[in-house]
Design a protein around this ligand. Structure first.
Ligand code: NDP
Length: 446
């Protein structure tokens, strides 16, 4: 679950000269993404989710004046927004720490570090959603629409916090790294953007697990429930909202069931803790990932039971296939290949690699089941699920599909990044795997 197109160092697919990749592209994202998030929120809540209306405002008022009017009052958020975030962060930090669970290891890093986590994602998810609903509907401490009502200020707070937090992470990786996996490129812009540490830890909390899973992913269901509550308050709850929220809740529940698997993905084992991943999870994810549903608040389409049920059923199926594909490759490794894939013994290759300390290691590469269809087949059901939770917005506007379009670009980019990383890591063994599984994402086509 990476958030922004990456300019991480690449080996074979170098786009343009080095200064472009290491300075101009990061600078572009650093400057454009924060205002973009505010514009997206504003367009959905004040301009009916219409890109045309936004373009008209920009044309009439000019970019700077529009941004000034939208952003200046929310630049530092509001007291209410800070209180909401303060309580949320305190609860999530406590849940990571106090809830029991099995101790699991992450993948060993190039420098030999093995991260450890307590597997308590499902319990944290259930308690977080339960607490939000109880405090709102049973104890009446706040209306469930509180997040929607304060969203602009919340994004303002998240943005300012995340930008400063990334400065702290930059300095921490430079002067007080937690593990041997850290370093500087010599270009402060790139180091701020990409990060200086792979596994920063602050007071015993793993930073990336917190920002990615327990802030970004955990906030997602609460925002959805708040948007649904707002629609209910204004127009009554539509079946389009129920379908969109329902598929996403299944997806997020799956994510927490599989959280320890996520802790073995590129986001964690490759991407350093900098603006790219941390700002992405603290600000981009809450705004962009929920934007299709934000649009629905003021567009309560009635789909009718057959269509609503069909979209929901297909969405859940897509989430299930994505989960099964992730689970398949992880199960094969966890059992050292002593398992079955689609009812047969798995077709396996051994990927040999050498760590930075020169230790010789090997990993199993699965070439059957979902992993025999294409090297990143699992991105297809991921995209299908995203499309299906956007489609209840029907086809009046483009903006509700922004997340789906963004995810398509992100996953295609990611398939290249991952191929390059694996080619570098496994050398000729990866070439062998590529010969067995020649397609990248779409079996037989791409
Ligand atoms: P993957 O789960 O695809 O893992 C990639 C790693 O798996 C590789 O680097 C390699 O690591 C190992 N690997 C690759 N091929 C094989 C194989 N044939 N057999 C065994 N191991 C292999 O990583 P992602 O992080 O891209 O995706 C994880 C999940 O997250 C997916 O479900 C994806 O859809 C989802 N996702 C969601 C996003 C969102 O924003 N919604 C964004 C990105 C991903 P090693 O070094 O261990 O060999």
């Amino acid at each position: 679950m990476t958030q922004l197109p990456s300019s991480a160092p690449r080996e074979s697919r170098e786009l343009g000269p080095k200064w472009l990749r290491s300075t101009v592209f990061p600078l572009f994202l650093l400057c454009c993404c924060p205002p973009f998030v505010m514009l997206l929120w504003y367009t959905h809540t004040q301009l009916d989710g219409s890109l045309l209306k936004l373009l008209r405002v920009l044309w009439n008022e000019g970019l700077w004046s529009t941004l000034g009017q939208i952003w200046t009052p929310r630049l530092l958020g509001s007291l209410t927004a800070w209180k909401i975030l303060g309580v949320y962060v305190a609860v999530e930090l406590a849940l990571v720490r106090v809830l029991p669970g099995k101790l699991v290891s992450g993948p060993i890093t190039a420098k030999g570090h093995v991260p450890k986590y307590v597997d308590n994602g499902v319990a944290s998810f259930a308690i977080t959603v339960g607490l939000f609903l109880t405090c709102s509907y049973v104890l009446h401490l706040f209306p469930a629409s509180i997040l929607y009502d304060n969203l602009g200020d919340i994004l303002g707070c998240c943005n300012v916090f995340a930008l400063l937090f990334c400065v702290v992470l930059y300095l921490k990786g430079r002067f007080a790294p937690s593990t041997p996996d850290h370093g500087l490129s010599g270009n402060p812009i790139f180091d701020y953007y990409w990060g200086t540490e792979l596994y920063p830890n602050i007071f015993g909390w793993d930073v990336k697990r917190f920002t990615n899973c327990r802030f970004g992913m955990m906030g997602w269901p609460l925002l959805l429930l708040s948007y649904a509550a707002k629609q209910q308050e204004l127009y009554g709850l539509s079946d389009s909202m129920m379908v969109a929220v329902g598929i996403q809740l299944v997806y997020i529940a799956k994510f927490f069931h599989w959280e320890t698997g996520y802790l073995r993905t590129l986001d964690i084992m490759h991407d350093r803790a900098g603006f790219y991943i941390c700002w992405g999870c603290l600000v981009w994810l809450p705004c962009v990932y929920t934007s299709g549903t934000l649009y629905l608040v003021h567009h309560p389409h009635h789909l009718g039971t057959p269509l609503a049920a069909a979209i929901f059923g297909l969405g859940v199926l897509a989430v299930l296939v994505n989960y099964l594909a992730d689970e398949q490759r992880q199960r094969v490794r966890a059992t050292a290949g002593q398992t079955t894939v689609w009812g047969k013994p798995p077709r396996l290759l051994i990927g040999h690699y050498t760590t930075e300390q020169g230790a010789k290691k090997e990993n199993l590469l699965l070439a059957s089941g979902y992993w025999g269809l294409a090297r990143h087949f699992h991105y297809l059901p991921e995209l299908a699920a995203a499309f299906l939770w956007c489609v209840p917005a029907l086809f009046d506007a483009v903006l509700p599909y922004f997340y789906f379009i963004f995810l398509t670009i992100l996953l295609v980019d990611r398939s290249y990044r991952d191929d390059e990383r694996c080619a570098k890591k496994y050398g000729s063994d990866w070439d062998e795997y590529r010969k067995l599984v020649p397609h990248r994402i779409l079996p037989g086509i791409y």
